[in-house]
Ligand binder design. Structure first.
Ligand SMILES: Cc1cc2nc3c(=O)[nH]c(=O)nc-3n(C[C@H](O)[C@H](O)[C@H](O)COP(=O)(O)OP(=O)(O)OC[C@H]3O[C@@H](n4cnc5c(N)ncnc54)[C@H](O)[C@@H]3O)c2cc1C
Length: 295
């Protein structure tokens, strides 16, 4: 197996990992930045970011990613396109393994973000292909009916994004809104978006066509607050039912205190791009101080 050493590794090139790498470079280091997908992380899904300082009119997630990418290029920080499958700590060093390579570092920053919560329905393979846990893969869809299950910021942000070219229905199983009022108000005044509260999804299946064979649409079986059953048809479903920290690749025996966590992976409900970026700057400065103290 191929083996390489770099003093500092950063896992994940969302805003947290990018900020970490930028600050490390400023401090004179050459971090190795790993990313298993396109850089940018969850920002691919963000419709309009209005709370990232410096953008008074807001900026879309993809446009912010473009700027982050430009910043990395300017500083000659390259991304190693690889999924870290395992991270262990042995003999005061971090060992990161992918399928075919091993990387060793003295310091590791984990900026791996979050993963969607498990799907709470049993779905056939064909249905599963039309049930999404973010919207990166369906941003190009047009004139479809898309159902979004959830009632938080992500559900409403997805709806506003997808409603530019599609009809969207948001299903909330309760009556309480967990989203920013600002996003909800925009959705409520958008005639491409329907909001249904007290709607609990029971089952999702392919819609049988009139001739008895299967077509491509989905049938969503729901109940309302009076337990009355009804069904909705749609083309795609997006689940926005929450996310958990992405730490699957970390050796469970490894103390998380021994490395630095940055951004959504550690921020609980405080998951914001600018917080992730701030965490990244701080992590880089902490590493620098540790290196100075070891000298
Ligand atoms: C719909 C939506 C709207 C949003 N709107 C806003 C907003 O308006 N304002 C705001 O501040 N924030 C917003 N956010 C939140 C913001 O996108 C996140 O807080 C931010 O992206 C978190 O950055 P991060 O770097 O911690 O993680 P992420 O962006 O999740 O990036 C983590 C990266 O790590 C990579 N990775 C994970 N595991 C591995 C591995 N084993 N090996 C290699 N790479 C790995 C992933 O592929 C990913 O690219 C929004 C999020 C969503 C979903």
């Amino acid at each position: 197996m191929h083996m390489e050493y770099s003093q500092i590794s950063v896992i994940g090139a969302g805003p947290g990992g990018v900020a970490t790498s930028i600050q490390l470079k400023r401090l004179g280091y050459e971090p190795r930045l790993f990313e298993m997908d396109n850089m940018g992380g969850l920002l691919w899904n963000a419709n309009l970011i209005e709370n990232y300082p410096g953008f008074p009119n807001g900026i879309s997630g993809p446009k912010l990613i473009y700027l982050l990418e430009k910043h990395l290029r300017k500083l000659d920080i390259r991304i190693t396109k690889l999924q870290i499958k395992r991270l262990e700590y042995m003999n005061a060093q971090y060992i990161m393994s992918s399928d075919a390579e091993i990387f060793i570092s003295d310091f590791v920053v984990i900026a791996s973000g979050t993963k969607p919560k498990p799907i709470p329905f049993a779905l056939s393979e064909k249905v599963r292909r039309k049930v999404h846990q973010d919207i990166k893969g369906i941003l190009e869809q047009i004139e479809k009916h898309i159902i979004i299950i959830g009632c938080g910021d992500a559900a409403f942000d997805y709806a506003l994004n997808l409603s530019k070219r599609n009809r969207v229905t948001i299903l909330n199983r309760g009556s309480e809104l967990k989203s920013l009022q600002l996003l909800a108000d925009r959705a409520f005044s958008n005639n491409m978006i329907t909001y249904m509260c007290d709607t609990d999804v029971q089952n999702i299946d392919l819609l049988p066509s009139n001739r008895g064979d299967i077509n491509d649409s989905l049938l969503v079986q729901c109940t309302n607050s009076e337990n009355i059953r009804f069904a909705l048809e749609c083309d795609e479903i997006v689940l926005a039912i929450g996310r958990d920290p992405q730490l699957d690749f970390v050796d469970p025996l490894m103390s998380k205190d021994s490395c630095l966590l940055v951004g959504d992976v550690k921020n609980g409900i405080y998951r914001q791009a600018s917080i992730a970026a701030g965490d990244g700057i701080k992590a880089a400065m902490k590493i620098h101080n540790q290196i100075l103290m070891r000298r």
